[in-house]
Design a protein around this ligand. Sequence first.
Ligand code: FRU
Length: 480
Amino acid sequence: MSSDDRPLIHFTPARNWMNDPNGLVYDRGVYHLFYQYNPFGNSWGNMSWGHATSRDLTSWHELPVAIACTPTEQIYSGSVVVDSLNTSELGSIESPPLVAVYTRVSPDGIQTQALAFSTDGGYAWEKYAGNPVLDRDSPDFRDPKVFRYTSPTGDSTWIMVAVEATLRQVLIYSSQNLRDWIFESSIGPFGPEDVVWECPDLFALPVDGDDERLMWVLLVSTNGVGDAVDSSMSYLVGSFDGHSFVVDPAGSWTPVDHGRDFYAAVTFSGVPDDRRIALGWAGNWQYASETPTAPWRGVMSSPRELSLTRTAGGFALIQTPVLDLESVSVESETVRMPIVSGSPSTTIAGRRYVLTIDWQAGPDSILRLDVLAGTHGEVTIGYDTATMTLSLDRRRSGIVDLHPGFATVNETSVPLRDGRLSLTVIVDECVVEIFADEGAVTFTDLAFAPADADVLRVAATSGTGTVTVSPLREPRCDAE
Ligand code: FRU
């Protein structure tokens, strides 16, 4: 892949290695994306916080490294809050500081939590002289996510969730000033045993839009260990009273995404109107260091707005793309393809577009949608009404031999609604994202197709429908 063959609306650094999103924060009109970054190479190491900003979450502007590693300190994942009341005394009431809470890794491998602060709106950062602020003498204590919690009686405090990775626990701490932290409680271990827990997040969402009924969602990234390295995310729904999180009896450990490449997703703090927007690393530790891109390596998922709905079986986390189609595509270039039985509808769609699929299924019918198709093969999105399964097959997607675990097909059950299937699919060069069942099911997968993989095909054994193809173009507004 040449450097021009990069996604349009999914953030990639101009050069070098990137993994987790860090410090996602909205402040005065600007979304800040910090990220795990190696300023010196295209593989993991020299971990520092890279920085990019956006005003619309689709066009990103890369800035100089925000928090740099030193010979005695690696800068691992963490979060940023706007300290509006200057509780940390690292700024002033007139000019509230942005405070980054990150994991500092010392040369002996001990992981502690440390602060950096910015008094210019998140551009220049200074490390706090009193670091670290939290030390358990542990080699696996990391990924602090901090938020402001207000109790029903109106008292507010800072809460941190961080992992003891190999113990499979999330630890909860509270603080009045971001510098002194009190241990409150822990969550876990539960779920699969042969994994580490990473990058937690904890936030409230209204159930079915009812602001009077808030439930708390705990996001956890889990990564297999040893030969079983494989990255995925799960969530739990429960209650939180400022001290401890209690899993709801109707909540269970549920996958966040059904593809292979959605990890370390956390949410922006400070977004107006209580909107919850998550962004993940579209990557998997299993083969992250082998992905065939240069001089950059690492891509973010598209941002997704989160909501929560009550279902017959419990709760479902809903993910909706934040993408504003009007700003990223041109209506006059939109193409509509009929879904008919028999020979497939085919078009040259390029490699960057958004699809909306609306299909009235026939009895015992199979829908097959090929994206990034060409002489090499394709990425196939399939739906089978007999089993009610949606699948994403990248076994013939182009470069698949980067790792033995890459050539996979994944599937999960998705119900038809009134006999219909509706999907939104974002294809952006090397990232394919599917939003199904009104956002209750997503797939995020990387695919490394050759430059001529521009064919789009759709066919069904029966049933009728339409695929609407909206080509992506360079985002209109630039963010400073
Ligand atoms: C998750 C993770 C974090 C850690 C960071 C290091 O992908 O392993 O737990 O802070 O990446 O780059």
